[in-house]
Design a protein around this ligand. Structure first.
Ligand code: AHR
Length: 336
């Protein structure tokens, strides 16, 4: 099935009629062989292999559910979901990717647990004429090897954190950065955006940076240590909500007041973060909009129809900079 669809897509509309008639003669054999990993009967559904991260936190759950909802059977898709063995396990993703190529799915969606190490997999998909679309995370491979990357602009999102910080601390601040899992494109892009925003502004003293692996527990334990050694800490840039909420707990445990003694800014926009913002525990939340299932469906359909797709598809978002803004966002259902 996958091959037939790709041939139709490549030939474009004009050739489709001829090709469809010629394939119809062999469709029984081709379709049985192409019935995908489940060995089922022929299907008019577009098979989509989703090489995913799996359970990781609030943002991931919202994003992957949005993809599952968009690529429904009613919308014409057979989505095969393959979460990684753990959020940092690339091998299980590489294996799932290879299985999808072997099963001749029509398209592969990839949210990578690592930015590097994808060249061989992407070349395998290219040889099998299976287009690959990146969701959220980028990869170090040449962009000739994938159709597009769909994500909010991490550099700009982190830049909005830096701009808010510069406005909030006109004399600069002693700050610490809690980073996501090392080796990810989004971690590097968020550092790039924040650093660019504070560059050229005096008084910004980076006490340090460390991964807290996107989790609240690690965010809390890192900041507990940092505060013991740096009682003059003023600001924490947490690259996601969970780490920021953990940092706020550490500030409180140290007998300090988050939002007053130490301000914390985060990225994602989950409901717990908006609640923490409304309560004053966080001071700024930049939304990293997870709801781009429709954009992904459009990109898949355009790709399979042989149409040109932009190499980067940016998902818009917004920022929240006060307790009132946090509460208003909750009331408007912007959390997730
Ligand atoms: O890649 C996006 C990041 O991954 C989110 O900001 C974070 O919450 C998730 O774990």
């Amino acid at each position: 099935m996958a091959h037939k669809k790709r041939m139709l897509g490549m030939l474009g509309f004009v050739g489709a009629g001829v090709l469809a008639l010629s394939l119809a003669g062999c469709s029984g054999a081709a379709d049985n062989a192409d019935s995908g990993s489940d060995g089922g009967s022929d299907s008019e559904l577009t098979t989509v292999g989703f090489v995913a991260v799996g359970p990781e936190g609030g943002w991931r759950n919202a994003n992957e559910q949005a993809i599952k909802d968009a690529f429904s059977e009613d919308a014409g898709f057979d989505l095969k979901y393959a979460p990684a063995a753990s959020p940092t396990d690339q091998k299980s993703q590489l294996d799932a990717f290879a299985t999808f190529v072997n099963d001749e799915v029509d398209v592969i969606l990839l949210t990578a647990t690592e930015a590097s190490g994808w060249d061989d997999s992407l070349k395998l998909a290219e040889e099998a004429e299976i287009p690959v679309i990146l969701l959220d995370r980028g990869v170090d491979s040449s962009d000739d090897l994938y159709v597009t990357r769909i994500a909010p602009d991490n550099v700009k999102v982190a830049g909005s954190v830096g701009d808010w910080a510069v406005e909030t601390f006109p004399e600069g601040a002693n700050y610490y950065t809690l980073e996501g899992v090392p080796g990810l494109s989004v971690v590097n892009e968020r550092n790039e955006g924040f650093d660019a925003a504070i560059e050229g502004h005096d008084g910004w003293n980076k006490i340090g940076a460390q991964t807290a692996n996107w989790t609240a527990d690690e965010g809390k334990s890192v900041i507990e240590t940092v505060l013991k050694e740096n009682p003059d800490l003023q600001f924490i840039f947490a690259q996601n909500d969970e780490m920021g909420i953990g940092a706020a707990a550490a500030v409180t445990a140290a007998g300090l007041v988050p939002g007053t003694d130490v301000k914390i800014a985060t990225i994602d926009g989950t409901t717990p973060a908006l609640e923490a913002l409304a309560a004053g525990d966080l001071s700024f939340v930049a939304q990293y909009n997870p709801f781009f299932g429709d954009l992904a469906v459009d990109a898949v359909n355009d790709t399979l129809a042989g149409e040109t797709v932009e190499k980067t598809i940016v998902v818009p978002g917004e920022t929240f900079d006060s307790p009132e803004a946090g509460q208003a966002a909750i009331d408007a259902g912007k959390g997730f």
